[in-house]
Design a protein around this ligand. Sequence first.
Ligand code: C5P
Length: 402
Amino acid sequence: MGHLFNRNVLLGVSGGIAAYKSAELVRQLRSLGANVRVVMTHGAREFITPLTLQALSGNPVHTELLDEEAEQGMGHIELARWADLLLIAPATADLIARLVAGRADDLLCAVALATAAPKLIAPAMNQQMWRDPATAANIATLEQRGLRRIGPAEGEQACGDIGPGRMAEPVDIAAAAADLFPRSLLAGKRVLITAGPTREALDPVRYLSNHSSGKMGYALAQAAAEAGAVTTLVSGPVALSVPEHVQRHSVESATQMLEKCLELLDECDIFIACAAVADYRPANAAGDKIKKGPDEITLQLVKNPDIVATVAGRENPPFTVGFAAETRNVVEYARGKLANKKLDMIVANDVSDRAIGFNSEQNEVTVIWPAGEEIIARASKLTLAGRIIELVARAEAASRNG
Ligand code: C5P
């Protein structure tokens, strides 16, 4: 089984009698480590109260498409981007038909249209409604579009009928959701990741640095660990906790980061340079605090070693991945860096867009390797990290095979 640790699961509940089982489903999802938010249709609220699902999920329940407060906090687009998985359980015949039609006139359907996350539905309806050719055709259409389904199960129904249409059991739905996030993509691999900023000392109390939060590097470490890799972070100073099953080495300066990476490199199959390493450091860090003096002072800076290029330039280098933060000609400049630094892959993002990149929760990137490129649409850094790790795993395996 895969797992849902720290995955954002958006649970859509539509209006059928099986909605009462959503309470148990929320509990099951949370017990697998998922962060759960719930969207309910108006029909669903006839069967179970938002308060129940709010208490169990630990988050406010969303019900309205046009809600002034929600639009400022978690409106439909934010919810759509937040989700790593959209799980709809129960999915009624009506909801399924509305998904097929691409309707956006209630919150759940609008989110379903707006999200790039995978979708899993657990249909629940009367057995005759399930057997109707209209429903069968709708299900076939959704599956053709890549949507996954669990159930329905056969058995006695609330209406007294016997046949297919019962919603799958919550424990099975949660397991099916977890299976969408396999963890063994990098089993047996050792991954080393640099993250965060570096600090270049001017004197004992001052330094040069940058605004990197380290979030992307830490998300990559989490995704690599979840994919089964033995994962190590070499991290500059950040305010983040270490992801589960990741070993962290804390450093301050670029020189220390390089030294630590070289020390750990023999034990590494994949090297991912996500740190925002300072390009220059003060030529001479003062031993004592620099005193206030003249109106102008001049700092002399010297170039720092390029960590990722040093690693890629070694004999038998690991599969090496760099990042490129650009403000224009993003893909062109990134391709240049891929070649100049002799990397196997580069992840490029446009830092002129303030909604993504440094310090933001979300990102949007283009992953480039010698033979191709793939744009990963705007999503949470963890979702993005998962997809980057998938691409890295695939390319690393291909590089070994030929
Ligand atoms: O050349 P530029 O700094 O734009 O390249 C960014 C990539 O190079 C990132 O992967 C970053 O982690 C890495 N880098 C490095 N050492 C440096 C500068 C950048 O590893 N001194």
